[in-house]
Design a protein around this ligand. Structure first.
Ligand SMILES: [Zn+2]
Length: 220
């Protein structure tokens, strides 16, 4: 299973867990968690080349999670419970739990639900606790962890989008040689005048500052 699929399974699983555990709290915590999970599920179902749409959906999920965390913090405070700091043992212990997406790399509800059952057991002692403070703090830790993953994913998708745009503008860029004069990448150009008018050659991308050229070899 490649790293990309693995990461996607990890955030979808975490998003599902947040929604599952968030269901214990009715109202906005539950609603935001469910909506965030819906966006993540939709994003995970998109084709690989729908980078921009995926990034937007993940962004929407992220802002819903932010609201959910806000509601959770308020509920904790209204119950007179303290919010764990990042040095709190319980915080650290929860952060140390490894999330394990499904082993076979397959998608689908049945596979996801098996993974959820396993993680539910792992995180249950915090998130299914009768003690409100444990359950709500646990939910905050899990959602925070998910948001860090999503931030990373959005950044990666943004880079992918930029690359795709660049490739569309300069399809030759991937195989372009570098300039013999200044070392900059080169791009395909067509001679406009002279004896070679109409023929293609590699020209320096720094033109007109640099006039480095290369012949096209092997029909490239
Ligand atoms: Zn050059």
């Amino acid at each position: 299973m490649d790293a990309k699929t693995n990461r996607q399974q990890e955030w979808l699983l975490l998003g599902t867990l947040v929604a599952v555990f968030g269901s214990r709290f009715v109202g906005r915590i539950c609603d935001h968690a469910h909506d965030a999970r819906f966006f993540l599920k939709t994003a995970a179902g998109l084709a690989d080349d729908e980078t921009e749409r995926k990034r937007r959906l993940i962004g929407q999920a992220d802002s819903l999670l932010s609201r959910m965390m806000n509601e959770t913090e308020l509920l904790l405070m209204s119950c007179g419970c303290a919010i764990w700091s990042e040095e709190d043992e319980r915080y650290l212990e929860m952060m140390a739990q490894r999330i394990e997406p499904s082993e076979d790399g397959a998608d689908g509800a049945a596979v996801l639900s098996r993974a959820v059952l396993k993680e539910r057991e792992r995180f249950g002692r915090w998130l299914l606790a009768e003690d409100m403070s444990l359950a709500l703090n646990g939910l905050l830790v899990l959602a925070g962890r998910l948001r860090r993953l999503l931030r990373y994913e959005r950044k990666r998708l943004a880079e992918e989008t930029d690359e795709a745009k660049h490739r569309a503008l300069f399809p030759e860029a991937a195989d372009a040689p570098s300039c013999p004069v200044c070392g900059s990448p080169m791009r395909l150009r067509t001679a406009k005048s002279g004896a070679n008018a109409g023929s293609r050659f590699w020209g320096c991308t720094q033109y007109p500052a640099c006039r480095g050229v290369r012949e096209i070899i092997d029909g490239m």
